[in-house]
Design a protein around this ligand. Structure first.
Ligand code: SAM
Length: 436
């Protein structure tokens, strides 16, 4: 007992020291924001957005080094019932890029009445999960491809802490620099938080914070615990924090597929396989095809020790996942096989079916390799049909691939066009084989 009390004291002592350091260093600097009348250069105000910067007291900052952030509530005038996201953008160019996305802005896809009845009557409940805090469970049986969440983020912000200003902050050590970076980033977040609707403020602060004691501050702590990567702007990755989707716990064998819809600034989670009522709905916080030990190392900062079937039987699972991960684009090989009379019918079919079987055994249906393998199988079966050796499974593979690509409305049109093109190449190859 005495030992654990000492350990607790020393941990608290460390946190107190971290906070003191951040405060001491920040006393040396003056914080200027858009509401401060003294700000002169570079201050922008347009359409309710504003920029701010941090400057050291009494020192002019060269233009090239000042820190600014553009705050914007997005999308504007679209579908107010679906809410808006408060965006912290690292430059005006980033905002221009966000707004210039083709088709932007649109209402959420899967509007109520369609699949998005998900929102009016969610097919999930948020409940306590033993040893995991809150989590999401299926409120009813869900079929492959069903919409689970269909949500706009509460907050969009750069994935990494904006460290630029540390270049001119003369903190004595890397650790102190880090504390100041966390402290300052929290201030960036405060601006965005103040702009949120009341109910969104409450929802945001109710989210779990796994960074409560590392100097992050409550707003940044929630972002670091709950954000999903959404897109890049000017080469900078941006993440979103979601009221409901952020309640999903981790599994290395997740049962959801995640898609970002940029035209509506939203994210959808779909069932990656059948999910039974009461089953936990999960997402993966790391690359699930990494070896188990590497996954556990990536999950440690989230306080997650995964107990999915892959993590419980790592030797066999690592081997299977390595095999899945080795599946490369086989379209050129399929075309070559389709045009070569000497090659057996089952040459490429067998290995593709084997990988599909491993994907199902390892519950990796959410992985992009799943879509790739289904695509290979669709083309192989197209070739077999043209060779006069049709197999009944072909339509199933083709249908499932089409269902998967349709989940991403930005990509589905191009994917179908590529399929037509590749199928044409396969047809030409089979014809040349016949002539040979
Ligand atoms: C994004 S939140 C997920 C929702 C969270 N459980 C809650 O109560 O709001 C991430 C946090 O959930 C917990 N968590 C997520 N997946 C877990 C798992 N597989 N096992 C244990 N804890 C998990 C960890 O505390 C992690 O930092």
């Amino acid at each position: 007992m005495a030992n654990s009390a000492n350990a607790k004291e020393s941990k608290e002592e460390i946190f107190r020291k971290m906070e003191e350091t951040a405060h001491r260093l920040m006393e040396e600097y003056e914080f200027v924001d858009a509401t401060t009348p003294t700000i002169a250069r570079g201050y922008t105000r347009a359409h309710g957005d504003y920029a701010f910067r941090v400057v050291p007291t009494g020192e002019p900052i060269p233009d090239a080094t000042f820190v600014s952030a553009v705050y914007s509530t997005q999308p504007q005038g679209c579908d107010p019932a679906a809410g808006t996201a408060e965006c912290i953008l690292h430059s005006s160019a980033a905002k221009r890029e966000l707004l210039a996305y083709p088709g932007y802005p649109t209402p959420l896809p899967h509007a109520p009445g369609g699949a998005g009845a998900a929102q009016a009557c969610p097919p999930y409940r948020i409940v306590n999960i033993p040893h995991k805090g809150l989590g999401m469970v299926a409120a009813r049986d869900l079929a492959f491809g069903e919409v689970i969440t269909n949500e706009r983020p509460l907050l969009v912000a750069p994935q990494y802490i904006l460290l630029d200003f540390i270049r001119w902050l003369r903190a004595p050590s890397g650790w102190e620099n880090q504390q100041v970076a966390l402290f300052e980033t929290q201030r960036f977040y405060r601006m965005a938080y103040e702009r949120m609707r009341g109910e969104d403020k409450v929802a945001y602060l109710q989210l779990y914070n796994a960074h409560a004691h590392d100097g992050s501050g409550p707003l940044l702590g929630v972002q670091r615990t709950n954000s999903f990567l959404m897109f890049e702007l000017q080469g900078v990755p941006y993440c979103g924090v979601f009221k409901d989707a952020s309640r999903m716990n981790h599994s290395c064998s997740p049962n959801t597929i995640r898609r970002i819809d940029r035209t509506s600034l939203s994210m959808q989670m779909f069932a990656a396989r059948s999910i039974k009522a009461g089953e936990e709905i999960t997402s993966s916080y790391c690359d699930p095809l990494l070896p188990s030990a590497a996954r556990q190392a990536k999950l440690a900062p989230y306080g997650v020790r995964c107990t999915c079937s892959g993590c419980l039987k790592p030797v066999e699972s690592d081997k299977n996942r390595h095999r899945i991960n080795s599946t490369k684009d086989a379209v050129p090989a399929i075309i070559q096989w389709a045009g070569s009379p000497g090659l057996p019918e089952g040459l490429l079919l067998g290995p593709s079916v084997e990988v599909l079987r491993l994907i199902e055994a390892e519950e990796q249906e959410a992985n992009e390799v799943h879509e790739r393998v289904l695509y290979h199988l669709a083309l192989i079966h197209d070739a077999l049909e043209l060779m006069g050796a049709p197999r009944p499974e072909g339509a199933g593979y083709r249908g499932k691939w089409m269902q998967l690509t349709a989940l991403d409305r930005a990509r589905s049109f191009g994917a179908l066009a590529k399929y037509k093109e590749d199928r044409e190449k396969v047809r030409a190859a089979v014809l040349s084989r016949r002539r040979a």
